[in-house]
Design a protein around this ligand. Structure first.
Ligand SMILES: [Zn+2]
Length: 256
């Protein structure tokens, strides 16, 4: 059994209505680095009912009416997160190489290049169908996963950690500390943004830090939930190194 698999679909390369910085080139660069390292499972779109567990009908209709292509790709991203979470429940750590990202999408609001909250859609579905009763979400993106926090605000069974730090050392210490304080749970989900990288907007983390983060989360998953964890792509915009950083993170998560 492979220690880690990818969920991907070539339609993530679609040009849809969004900011130019959240470009198809991001996913393309990551895919080019990772494809030879890990097996790939092809994503299928989420059902509308999966989206409606976390978003209002009004928000879903807004996304759909603004751009059909955006709506379809956002459904495929949420579907990729669902598939990644299912693989995690089968004991296979999984990275969802998906776009658009999701962690800024709240119940009735989507912004910051996000439309549907992919990680929340996946976790809420597993709770709704009785597969899990609790989960921990770790958001390592430079930006606050405000949408994820809003969705799970009233759901104590889902603990959301947004890692905040100004230096490499404090970032890694914060992550260790927060994971160390977690109680046993059923599943770890990671909002994996790479814009905290030293050459990206955040200017903090080195490439090897992403391997350390992957390792730290893998160890925590074994301690807390029998190793069950999945990650989904959020931000990360420095294209020359983006694939290498994601590979370092995935190798850490896989323990390879
Ligand atoms: Zn970000």
């Amino acid at each position: 059994m492979s220690p880690l698999c990818l969920v991907y679909h070539q339609d993530y390369l679609a040009s849809y209505y969004t900011s130019t910085v959240e470009s198809p080139a991001r996913v393309k660069a990551i895919h080019a680095k990772l494809a030879n390292h890990f097996p790939i499972v092809e994503a299928v779109p989420a059902e509308r009912e999966d989206i409606l567990r976390v978003h209002t009908t009004a928000l879903v209709e807004r996304v759909e009416s603004e751009s059909r292509k955006t709506y379809e790709t956002a459904l495929l991203a949420a579907g990729g997160a669902i598939m990644a979470s299912d693989e995690a429940m089968r004991g296979i750590s999984t990275f969802g190489l998906i776009r658009p990202p999701g962690h800024h999408a709240g119940p009735d609001r989507s912004w910051g290049y996000c439309f549907f909250n992919n990680i929340a859609v996946a976790i809420t579905r597993l709770i709704a169908n009785g597969t899990i009763t609790s989960a921990v979400v770790i958001d390592i993106d430079l930006h606050d996963g405000d949408g994820t926090a809003a969705i799970f605000n009233d759901i104590p069974a889902v603990h959301v950690i947004n890692v905040k730090a100004r230096t490499r050392t404090s970032f890694l210490e914060f992550l260790e500390h927060e994971l160390g304080n977690c109680s046993e749970t059923d599943l770890l989900g990671i909002s994996a943004g790479f814009d905290t990288y030293v050459l990206d907007w955040g200017g903090i983390l080195e490439r090897e830090d992403y391997r350390t983060i992957g390792n730290t989360i893998r160890a925590a998953a074994h301690r807390l939930c029998q190793g069950r964890c999945f990650a989904v792509l959020e931000g990360g915009y420095y294209l020359p190194d983006l694939g290498k950083n994601v590979l370092a993170f995935c190798e850490g998560l896989a323990g390879s």
